[in-house]
Design a protein around this ligand. Structure first.
Ligand SMILES: [Mg+2]
Length: 169
Protein backbone atom coordinates (compact mmCIF):
# COMPACT_ATOMS: atom_id res chain seq x y z
CA UNK A 1 0.00 0.00 0.00
CA UNK A 2 1.30 3.41 -0.96
CA UNK A 3 1.96 6.09 1.65
CA UNK A 4 -0.98 8.20 0.40
CA UNK A 5 -3.30 5.25 0.72
CA UNK A 6 -2.04 4.51 4.23
CA UNK A 7 -2.66 8.12 5.28
CA UNK A 8 -6.14 8.10 3.72
CA UNK A 9 -6.93 4.82 5.50
CA UNK A 10 -5.65 6.19 8.82
CA UNK A 11 -7.76 9.36 8.37
CA UNK A 12 -10.82 7.27 7.56
CA UNK A 13 -10.24 5.09 10.64
CA UNK A 14 -9.90 8.19 12.81
CA UNK A 15 -13.10 9.70 11.38
CA UNK A 16 -14.98 6.44 12.00
CA UNK A 17 -13.67 6.28 15.58
CA UNK A 18 -14.73 9.89 16.22
CA UNK A 19 -18.19 9.18 14.82
CA UNK A 20 -18.52 6.11 17.05
CA UNK A 21 -17.35 8.15 20.05
CA UNK A 22 -20.01 10.79 19.30
CA UNK A 23 -22.66 8.05 19.10
CA UNK A 24 -21.44 6.55 22.40
CA UNK A 25 -21.47 9.96 24.07
CA UNK A 26 -24.98 10.69 22.75
CA UNK A 27 -26.11 7.32 24.10
CA UNK A 28 -24.50 8.05 27.46
CA UNK A 29 -26.20 11.46 27.72
CA UNK A 30 -29.53 10.06 26.53
CA UNK A 31 -29.38 7.41 29.26
CA UNK A 32 -28.74 10.18 31.81
CA UNK A 33 -31.54 12.34 30.43
CA UNK A 34 -34.01 9.45 30.48
CA UNK A 35 -33.06 8.57 34.06
CA UNK A 36 -33.66 12.21 35.10
CA UNK A 37 -37.02 12.30 33.33
CA UNK A 38 -38.12 9.16 35.18
CA UNK A 39 -36.88 10.57 38.47
CA UNK A 40 -38.71 13.88 37.87
CA UNK A 41 -41.92 12.04 36.93
CA UNK A 42 -41.67 10.00 40.14
CA UNK A 43 -41.15 13.19 42.17
CA UNK A 44 -44.18 14.82 40.57
CA UNK A 45 -46.35 11.74 41.15
CA UNK A 46 -45.45 12.09 44.82
CA UNK A 47 -46.19 15.82 44.82
CA UNK A 48 -42.50 16.70 45.19
CA UNK A 49 -40.20 19.04 43.27
CA UNK A 50 -36.78 18.69 41.69
CA UNK A 51 -34.79 21.59 43.13
CA UNK A 52 -31.44 22.67 41.65
CA UNK A 53 -29.28 24.60 44.13
CA UNK A 54 -26.08 26.57 43.60
CA UNK A 55 -23.38 26.28 46.29
CA UNK A 56 -20.96 29.22 46.49
CA UNK A 57 -22.71 32.43 47.50
CA UNK A 58 -25.95 30.48 48.01
CA UNK A 59 -25.33 28.05 50.89
CA UNK A 60 -21.93 29.45 51.87
CA UNK A 61 -20.12 32.75 51.84
CA UNK A 62 -17.93 33.04 48.77
CA UNK A 63 -14.62 34.80 49.28
CA UNK A 64 -12.46 36.04 46.41
CA UNK A 65 -13.02 35.83 42.68
CA UNK A 66 -13.18 32.22 41.42
CA UNK A 67 -11.98 33.43 37.98
CA UNK A 68 -8.65 34.39 39.54
CA UNK A 69 -6.14 31.56 39.75
CA UNK A 70 -5.25 32.87 43.21
CA UNK A 71 -8.83 32.47 44.41
CA UNK A 72 -10.01 29.46 42.38
CA UNK A 73 -9.85 27.26 45.47
CA UNK A 74 -11.01 29.84 48.01
CA UNK A 75 -14.13 27.68 48.43
CA UNK A 76 -12.01 25.36 50.59
CA UNK A 77 -12.26 27.82 53.46
CA UNK A 78 -15.82 28.98 52.77
CA UNK A 79 -18.10 29.39 55.75
CA UNK A 80 -21.51 27.72 55.43
CA UNK A 81 -24.81 29.59 55.81
CA UNK A 82 -26.13 27.08 58.33
CA UNK A 83 -29.71 28.36 58.52
CA UNK A 84 -30.08 28.10 54.74
CA UNK A 85 -28.62 24.60 54.81
CA UNK A 86 -31.00 23.67 57.60
CA UNK A 87 -33.94 24.97 55.56
CA UNK A 88 -32.84 23.15 52.37
CA UNK A 89 -32.29 19.99 54.44
CA UNK A 90 -35.90 20.31 55.60
CA UNK A 91 -37.01 20.31 51.94
CA UNK A 92 -34.91 17.18 51.38
CA UNK A 93 -36.54 15.56 54.41
CA UNK A 94 -39.96 16.44 52.97
CA UNK A 95 -39.02 14.35 49.93
CA UNK A 96 -38.03 16.99 47.39
CA UNK A 97 -35.13 16.01 45.13
CA UNK A 98 -32.24 18.33 45.99
CA UNK A 99 -29.50 18.60 43.39
CA UNK A 100 -26.51 20.86 44.07
CA UNK A 101 -24.73 22.16 40.97
CA UNK A 102 -21.56 24.26 41.14
CA UNK A 103 -19.35 26.02 38.60
CA UNK A 104 -16.29 24.91 40.58
CA UNK A 105 -13.68 23.73 38.09
CA UNK A 106 -15.16 25.61 35.13
CA UNK A 107 -12.06 27.82 34.86
CA UNK A 108 -9.27 25.28 35.02
CA UNK A 109 -11.07 22.01 34.25
CA UNK A 110 -10.08 20.44 37.58
CA UNK A 111 -12.65 18.03 38.93
CA UNK A 112 -13.63 19.09 42.45
CA UNK A 113 -16.61 16.73 42.80
CA UNK A 114 -15.20 14.52 45.57
CA UNK A 115 -13.84 17.53 47.45
CA UNK A 116 -17.19 19.30 47.08
CA UNK A 117 -19.10 16.24 48.30
CA UNK A 118 -16.79 16.00 51.32
CA UNK A 119 -17.32 19.69 52.08
CA UNK A 120 -21.11 19.39 51.83
CA UNK A 121 -20.99 16.33 54.07
CA UNK A 122 -18.86 18.23 56.61
CA UNK A 123 -21.53 20.98 56.68
CA UNK A 124 -24.33 18.44 57.20
CA UNK A 125 -25.87 19.16 53.78
CA UNK A 126 -28.46 16.58 52.69
CA UNK A 127 -28.85 16.00 48.98
CA UNK A 128 -29.79 13.57 46.27
CA UNK A 129 -27.15 14.60 43.76
CA UNK A 130 -24.13 16.90 43.37
CA UNK A 131 -22.48 18.03 40.15
CA UNK A 132 -19.67 20.42 39.29
CA UNK A 133 -18.53 22.04 36.01
CA UNK A 134 -21.65 24.19 35.72
CA UNK A 135 -20.71 26.53 32.84
CA UNK A 136 -19.44 29.96 33.79
CA UNK A 137 -21.97 32.82 33.68
CA UNK A 138 -22.30 36.35 34.97
CA UNK A 139 -26.08 36.39 34.92
CA UNK A 140 -28.45 33.41 34.96
CA UNK A 141 -31.87 34.19 33.44
CA UNK A 142 -34.42 31.48 34.08
CA UNK A 143 -38.22 31.46 34.41
CA UNK A 144 -37.93 29.00 37.31
CA UNK A 145 -35.10 30.78 39.11
CA UNK A 146 -35.33 32.04 42.69
CA UNK A 147 -33.13 35.00 43.45
CA UNK A 148 -31.02 34.83 46.60
CA UNK A 149 -28.88 37.44 48.24
CA UNK A 150 -25.22 36.49 48.60
CA UNK A 151 -25.40 37.64 52.22
CA UNK A 152 -26.99 35.35 54.79
CA UNK A 153 -28.87 38.17 56.53
CA UNK A 154 -31.71 37.80 54.00
CA UNK A 155 -32.65 34.37 55.34
CA UNK A 156 -36.39 35.09 55.61
CA UNK A 157 -36.47 36.35 52.03
CA UNK A 158 -34.53 33.25 50.94
CA UNK A 159 -36.98 30.79 52.50
CA UNK A 160 -40.08 32.78 51.50
CA UNK A 161 -38.94 32.94 47.85
CA UNK A 162 -38.36 29.20 47.67
CA UNK A 163 -41.59 28.38 49.50
CA UNK A 164 -43.46 30.59 47.05
CA UNK A 165 -41.80 28.90 44.04
CA UNK A 166 -42.68 25.44 45.39
CA UNK A 167 -46.31 26.55 45.80
CA UNK A 168 -46.54 28.05 42.32
CA UNK A 169 -44.79 25.46 40.13
MG1 LIG B 1 -22.78 30.91 43.14
Amino acid sequence: MEADELIAKANQDTAEQELQLQKDMAGHFMAGIQARVLMAEKCHEMGKKVIMVDIDGTICKQDGDPRSSDDAYSFRTSKPFLRRIEYLNSLHEEGHYIHYWSARGCWDGKDTLEETRAQLDSWGVKYNDVAVFKPFYDIWIDDKGVSVNRDEIWHREFTDSIDQAIEML
